[in-house]
Ligand binder design. Structure first.
Ligand code: FE2
Length: 280
């Protein structure tokens, strides 16, 4: 056991668990540094994901849909002005890197595969955990976009449902720079929608099961000092507001699924058979 009984019960009750001082300052900085290097090496011409003509939308869909077993950089929606000019430098324009950093990048792999994280996954109920995806989130100064309230299970589906998230604050996350917010206990309601790959495989769609609005008055801020880990239930409604401050809000996140659960092929995230999912 890594978590004590009280922590496990808190997680079951709230749908999230905050573990302060989980990551050392050095490890936080090492991840941010590595992410910066990845962005430096990234050629923006590979991705025009912010443009909206049909052809470019298809290109952007493909860029996203093929990223399940790759390391790709995605722009902030507000990265470019209407005339197409970048608003900030490339390093201050990337929204996130995803989605197989834990398998393909040695620095992120080492961080992601530890005995402590393996133990936490067991403590919260995984029998045969598999790391499905990883993302480095920049939440850039001034343009870091809002992430609307959602459940991760909408985007990462297994039967039975099993997705859970590990989220790490690499820098202080405050209300000012767009920290996470969540509805305590909100994970006890069913999944409200399903995001899936279109039948032709070229785009994505959303099927809504329940269109009632989220009870946003119940959201609480999860302000987190650098080094804090947050464990998130896949049904927990959570969100973050835009970052209008002058500071970044770096975070790293991984999502786990149960290896014995069925993973439908309509999930947006698919991997090459040559790169099967692995655990810790
Ligand atoms: Fe999420």
């Amino acid at each position: 056991m890594y978590l004590n009984q009280e922590e496990i019960e808190k997680f079951e009750q709230d749908g999230f668990l905050v573990l302060k001082d989980f990551v050392s300052q050095d490890a936080c900085e090492a991840l941010s540094h590595r992410a910066t290097e990845i962005v430096k090496a990234f050629d923006p011409a590979e991705s025009f994901s912010i443009f909206t003509t049909n052809k470019q939308t298809r290109h952007s869909d493909q860029y996203f849909l093929e990223s399940g077993d790759k390391i790709r950089c995605f722009f902030e929606e507000e990265a470019f002005a209407e005339n197409g000019e970048p608003r900030q430098s490339k390093s201050r324009s990337i929204n996130k890197i995803g989605h197989a950093m834990h398998d393909l990048d040695p620095v992120f792999e080492k961080f992601s595969r530890t005995t402590e994280l393996a133990q936490i996954s067991k403590d919260i109920g995984f029998k045969d955990p598999r790391i499905l995806q990883s993302m480095f989130i920049f939440k850039q100064p001034h343009i870091g976009g809002e992430v609307a309230c959602h459940q991760d299970a909408t985007f990462l589906h297994t039967e039975p449902l099993s997705v859970k998230g590990f989220w790490f604050a690499l820098e202080d996350a405050t209300q000012e720079n767009g920290c996470m917010w969540a509805i305590p206990g909100g994970h006890k309601s069913p999944v409200k929608s399903r995001f899936f790959r279109s039948e032709n495989g070229e785009g994505t769609e959303m099927e809504v099961f329940n269109d009632s609005p989220w009870e946003t008055s119940k959201l609480v801020p999860l302000e987190a000092k650098a080094g804090t880990m947050v464990v998130l239930h896949g049904l927990l409604p959570h969100m973050s507001y835009a970052n209008r401050s002058a500071r970044t809000r770096h975070a790293y996140t991984m999502h786990l699924i149960e290896g014995t659960a069925d993973y439908p092929e309509w999930n947006w995230l698919q991997r090459s058979p040559k790169m099967p999912l692995r655990g810790f």
